[in-house]
Design a protein around this ligand. Structure first.
Ligand code: SF4
Length: 252
């Protein structure tokens, strides 16, 4: 019998902000299951988000203190809150555009300082809520509102970026791996220092539609097919690696 998580949600919120087929609903469930499995009290937690679709995961849904901040500034606000009250279990939930594009400088410096916060970056490979613009995580050649002929730039590998900056815990899993994703979120929450989880979460509306994979099942199937474990990636020929997404724990 699955656990009833409704106690973690605000009763007054009756609708979802997410489009049908968005991966963020699965991510929201994984976050709540991680909190539930650890037995954390929502009264001792603070959720911080910036601007974008993923920022709506904690705010207004979670029955807890939430800071819904400026675009790209979730980590700046989380830093201030954590310094003011070090006892707060602080969890940042935001998108790739927010955390690694507009807020990229905050991300690398928070990781460099090994700030004691957990960060879930919902990576949908595009700016979703603001209209489908290219992000620093958009794959090479992908179509977006601002790259109608294909993205000419290489994307960030967020896990390697944060790892190089000095984070204590770094992992990447997709919403099609809900149990592994939940376990990674748990580890990020209990690891002292900067705990970073990149959660790959497909966006059928902005990314899928523009790249002609509007069908949600097909988008999830493509994501599942692209995933390869760290061990599996080592055995792949160099030419095959570029089209695959490596999942697993990168630190420790
Ligand atoms: S625009 Fe994309 S990321 Fe945003 S809610 Fe819709 S499907 Fe999800």
């Amino acid at each position: 019998m699955p656990r009833d998580l409704s106690g973690y949600l605000r009763e007054e919120v009756k609708t979802t902000p997410f489009c049908p087929g968005c991966g963020h609903g699965i991510l929201m469930g994984a976050i709540l299951r991680a909190i539930d499995a650890l037995g954390l009290s929502m009264d001792e937690m603070l959720f911080v988000s910036g601007i974008g679709c993923a920022a709506w995961i904690p705010s207004p849904n979670f029955k807890a203190d939430t800071l819904h901040t400026l675009h790209g500034r979730a980590l700046a606000f989380a830093t201030g809150a954590k310094l003011f009250n070090p006892k707060l279990k602080t969890l940042v939930v935001s998108g790739d555009g927010d955390l690694s594009s507009i807020g990229g400088n905050h991300l690398i410096h928070a990781a460099r300082r090994d700030l004691d916060v957990a960060v879930i970056c919902a990576n949908n490979q595009i700016y979703g809520m603001t209209g489908g613009q290219v992000a620093s995580t958009t794959p090479l050649g992908s179509l977006s509102a601002t790259t109608p002929r294909g993205n000419p730039y290489r994307p960030f590998d967020l896990c390697r970026l944060v790892q190089a900056a000095g984070a204590s815990y770094v992992a990447r899993y997709a919403v099609v791996q809900p149990l592994l994703l939940q376990q990674a979120i748990q580890r990020a929450l209990v690891t002292p220092g900067f705990g970073f989880v990149e959660a790959l979460s497909p966006c059928p509306t902005q990314y899928g539609r523009r790249n002609r994979v509007g069908d949600v099942a097909e988008l999830m199937k493509q994501l599942q097919g692209a995933l390869v474990s760290r061990e599996g990636a080592e055995t792949l020929p160099e030419t095959d690696r570029a089209s695959r997404i490596v999942y697993g724990e990168f630190v420790p």
